[in-house]
Design a protein around this ligand. Structure first.
Ligand code: G3P
Ligand code: CA
Length: 267
């Protein structure tokens, strides 16, 4: 990460609460989005995957071991892949105790439950389609649920929703199915390849370890799929020094487990 030398005043980057305010509450749960809300953050990031019976659930890892008690509740179901469990089975799991006893009984939310909560909180969603290669049809179902919950109406689409993925084909598919939805590609395409990404995405969202001021400039020189400046949101920046450095590169947004720390360091 090499900092700029220019003294021009920049707008503070948008701060995204990564998996909710996940330094303070169990990631990808309603408790984590409520914590982000309590800290004053509207943008939350989450990860969605399919259950065995085709329900979208909010969880990061493709197995349930790290963030739930699946091994205890279902001892004979190794390797505890999300895709091998029904929504009803996942609803029985405790997704909070691993983080702290005060979160015992916290559940893995379905995408519908999650959308209801962030709607109630008036929050905004950076939704990641996780591991799309193992979930055929996940883009269509994600859009169906978003639509059913009112998240594809004009005001949500314009102001409160971005759909992103590490899978370029997945992002492309979302763009084709709903060209009005803002999309993001997770990764760091080469500068030469950026124009081909700009055809179907509005944001290039790279790891902060792979970003330089020149790279941010190269992204900003292009227009995204909706004709606006292609944006850069970088992840996952959890300490003040790195946040200040990364903000100095001119990124548009920072995705962080510690939104309060990043806001303080970049305002
Ligand atoms: O939103 C960026 C970030 O979430 C990508 O990495 O592994 O945390 O989903 P990961
Ligand atoms: Ca994610």
């Amino acid at each position: 990460v090499s900092a700029r030398t220019s003294g021009t005043k920049r707008t503070a980057p948008v701060v995204f609460a990564h998996r909710g305010a996940s330094a303070y509450a169990p990631e990808n749960t309603l408790a984590a989005v409520d914590k982000a809300d309590a800290l004053g953050f509207d943008w939350v990031e989450n990860d969605v995957q399919f259950t065995k019976d085709g329900v979208l659930v909010v969880v990061h890892d493709t197995d349930l071991k790290r963030t739930t008690d699946a091994e205890e509740v279902f001892p004979d179901r190794a390797p505890w892949a999300v895709k091998d469990f029904t929504a009803a089975e996942i609803a029985r799991l405790d997704a909070g105790s691993w983080f702290g006893p005060e979160f015992a009984g916290t559940r893995v939310p379905t995408l519908k439950q999650y959308l209801d909560r962030i709607e109630r909180n008036r929050q905004k969603l950076l939704l990641e389609i996780k591991s799309p290669e193992i979930y055929p049809g996940i883009e269509k179902e994600t859009l169906r649920v978003l639509r059913q919950k009112g998240w594809l109406d004009r005001s949500h689409v314009r102001n409160r929703l971005v759909v992103q993925s590490f899978g370029a084909d997945s992002v492309k598919k979302v763009h084709q199915l709903r060209p009005d939805v803002t999309t993001g590609f997770l990764g760091t395409p080469s500068v030469a390849d950026l124009p081909s990404y700009a055809a179907f995405t509005d944001q290039i969202n790279p790891s902060y370890t792979s970003v330089s001021a020149d790279y941010v400039d190269a992204v900003h020189a292009l227009k995204g799929a909706h004709g606006k400046k292609l944006r850069v949101n970088t992840w996952t920046v959890n300490d003040a020094a790195t946040a200040a450095k990364v903000a100095g590169l001119g990124v548009d947004g920072i995705i962080t487990n510690n939104p309060d720390v990043v806001r303080e360091a970049t305002r």
